[in-house]
Design a protein around this ligand. Structure first.
Ligand code: B12
Ligand code: SF4
Ligand code: SF4
Length: 327
């Protein structure tokens, strides 16, 4: 954890403004709607009189893909989403802490992505780590596979010093991104990011990006997995056990046949519910095509004709054509 004093958030807020103005947030309207609050935690929408932001990090597992279930076969789920939903786990803990702060007479609000708090900017200011060229908060010795949460409070707390950025000449993350989503260091065009496309984006995915999704069913880890700061030793398992990978006892094609109840049961308590039943089925169709899973042709043909979502019908039709052509 670390503490930052509430001060004007420049240049980060200006950078956020430019990012929004350029439309790089795609369909994430909540990012533009909440700009003023995100840029200033003492905004009436957050906590007037806010003096400090206390940032917490919680690591999640980063075993090698060979060591843990990675998702419904042959799809891959990003590491952060393989186990329980971090919003629930971290928020519960922060709410408890907030109670302690309140009992001492200060006002406080807890946020884990649940409120418009510019978490990475505050984490960097609070000296918890530094923001790498891949936009992620990196903690030397621990890496970037961490969740962030924050307490915004009226309490005046002693701030921690920021850390220096340590990417140096490295550009591994920028070079490795399968879709070329980085416009430069710390500048990500979310509209091209697999994480955005598979989780947040509704409707069809642009044709030229579909095959670049590879086997990513939900989220993407490439720009973090290539980062040398994530090659550091194992994290104490007792810190990450809350997010241990669960088993996905279904093949990817089964996602094309889920009704609402079965989707709700499969996604309960998991971050994957964010993409929605149709989003996950659309992604499944693309993964099946990209991995050459001809065994799934009958299920894909059925979905192309009869799925209740037009997006899924379209994606399944594309997958059938690709697999038929043997590409
Ligand atoms: C929107 C969002 C996304 C979007 C957009 C991501 C992005 N890079 O902006 C999408 C859906 C693509 C996404 C993907 C992911 N996300 Co996300 N996401 C968020 C959310 C809700 C807001 C982020 C945001 O404000 N973006 C706006 C842009 C402008 O912000 P930024 O790039 O971070 O801004 C930096 C630059 O502007 C830079 N900067 C400052 N001044 C200047 C000046 C110049 C000139 C330049 C060039 C840059 C610069 O510093 C800013 C602060 O870091 C946060 C939660 C939150 N409430 O903050 C989680 C959050 C950032 N996501 C998180 C995670 C885990 C992910 C994924 C790893 C998930 C996955 N495996 O699929 C990927 C990583 C993709 C990546 N490389 O960034 C974690 C990050 C943990 C960490 N270690 O950093 C967060 C904090 C959620 C959480 N509570 O844990 N995410
Ligand atoms: S998460 Fe994947 S697609 Fe998004 S920027 Fe990183 S490597 Fe590129
Ligand atoms: S891969 Fe290299 S450039 Fe990218 S965040 Fe890690 S150290 Fe920085």
């Amino acid at each position: 954890m670390g503490v930052a004093r509430v001060e004007p958030l420049e240049p980060e807020a200006e950078q956020l403004r430019r990012w929004l103005d350029a439309g790089m947030h795609g369909q994430m309207d909540y990012m533009s709607r909440t700009y003023e609050v995100r840029a200033d935690p003492s905004h009436p929408g957050m906590l007037p009189g806010a003096r400090s932001v206390v940032v917490f990090v919680m690591p999640y597992a980063r075993a090698s893909d060979a060591e843990e279930p990675v998702g419904p076969e042959p799809g891959r789920i990003a590491r952060y989403a393989r186990g329980r939903d971090y919003h629930n786990v971290l928020h519960k803990r922060l709410r408890k802490l907030a109670g302690t702060v309140r009992a001492r007479g200060a006002r406080v609000r807890a946020a884990v992505d649940s409120m418009p708090v510019f978490e990475r900017a505050w984490a960097e200011r609070a000296g918890v780590g530094f923001v790498g060229k891949n936009c992620c908060l990196i903690i030397p010795g621990l890496g970037s596979h961490v969740f962030l949460g924050a307490l915004v409070t009226s309490a005046e707390l002693p701030p921690d010093p920021p850390q220096r950025r340590r990417c140096g000449d490295c550009t591994r993350c920028l070079d490795a991104c399968p879709t070329g989503a980085f416009r430069g260091p710390r500048r990500l065009d979310a509209r091209r990011c697999i994480s955005y496309l598979t989780i947040e984006h509704r409707g069809p995915i642009e044709e030229d990006l579909r095959s670049r999704l590879g086997d990513w069913l939900f989220g993407c880890d490439v720009c973090q997995d290539v980062c040398p700061f994530n090659a550091t030793g194992a994290v104490d398992p007792s810190l990450t056990e809350a997010f241990a990978s669960r088993r996905w006892d279904v093949p990817v094609e089964a996602l094309l046949r889920l009704d609402t109840d079965r989707f709700a049961a499969l996604a309960a308590g998991s971050p994957v519910k964010r993409s929605g039943r149709a989003g996950l089925a659309r992604n499944a169709a693309l993964v099946l095509a990209n991995t050459g899973a001809r065994r799934a042709l009958p299920v894909l043909r059925e979905a192309a004709k009869a799925h209740d979502s037009e997006d899924v019908r379209e994606a399944a039709g594309w997958a059938v054509r690709r697999l038929d052509e043997g590409r």
